[in-house]
Structure formats: structure tokens, C-alpha cells
Design a protein around this ligand. Structure first.
Ligand code: HEC
Length: 99
């Protein structure tokens, strides 16, 4: 019974993970944030994101729009809206799926 419960929990976590990545992630932010290229805070590395999130979401969205050091303005998503940037940032700062 316990095993079954764990299996159900695991598959729902994997499902949430697949659904969670916003559409634009693979085509833009992923290029740098998946590997931490050029000092980018890595996706799901909460320790790296914590001090960034402390600035507040509006400041982070501004950083992406204007660019920040090695990050080009718009983060390679020239069509993203503020809402989409917010979803992308929340996704990257979220904990890694456990499995
Ligand atoms: C070309 C590489 C690159 C791409 C593409 C990229 N980033 Fe970044 N990003 C970086 C780097 C490098 C930093 C660290 C900048 C620094 O603090 O020096 C960063 C930092 C950030 C930060 C923290 C800003 C702050 O004020 O501390 C946010 C938020 C962010 N990126 C969001 C995004 C989003 C959303 C996307 C996709 C739309 C994206 N990035 C695409 C390289 C990239």
C-alpha cells in the first residue's frame, strides 16, 4: 500500500514537472539557465535563485527586459509578456522535481 502511494506521488510529480515548463522556456531561457552558462542562476537551483527572488518579481522582470550583464535584453524571448516572464521566472526558481 505504501509503495503504491509512493508510485502515485512520483508519477504526479513527474506530470507536474512536464506541465510546469512554460512554452517559451525551451526556446529562450533554457539556453543559459539550464546549464548556468555565464553565471546564470540555474533552473531549480533554489540556493541560486533565493537572493534573486528577494529583489521581488517586478525587479526581476525588469532585469530580463533590460538585460543584465551576460543576459541579453528580453532573455531571447522578444515576444514574451510580463506575465510570461513571471511564469518563466517562477518555474526556474521552483524546486526540482523529486524522483
Ligand atoms: C544568453 C543567456 C541567457 C538567456 C537566454 C537568459 N538568461 Fe537570464 N540570466 C543570464 C545570466 C548570465 C544571468 C546572471 C546575470 C548577473 O547577475 O550577472 C541571468 C539572470 C537572470 C535573472 C536574475 C535577474 C536579477 O535581477 O538578479 C532572471 C530573473 C532571469 N535571468 C530570467 C530569464 C528569463 C525569464 C529568460 C528567458 C525569457 C532568461 N533569463 C534568458 C543569462 C541568460
Amino acid at each position: 500500500m505504501k509503495k503504491l502511494f509512493a508510485a502515485v506521488l512520483m508519477s504526479s510529480a513527474v506530470g507536474a514537472w512536464a506541465d510546469a515548463a512554460p512554452e517559451q522556456y525551451q526556446s529562450s531561457c533554457f539556453a543559459c539557465h539550464s546549464t548556468g552558462a555565464a553565471g546564470a542562476p540555474k533552473t531549480h537551483d533554489q540556493a541560486a535563485w533565493e537572493p534573486r527572488m528577494a529583489k521581488g518579481m517586478p525587479a526581476l522582470v525588469e532585469s530580463v527586459k533590460k538585460g543584465l550583464n551576460a543576459m541579453p535584453p528580453t532573455g531571447m524571448c522578444s515576444t514574451c509578456t510580463d506575465e510570461q516572464y513571471t511564469a518563466l521566472i517562477e518555474f526556474m526558481a521552483s524546486p526540482a522535481p523529486t524522483n
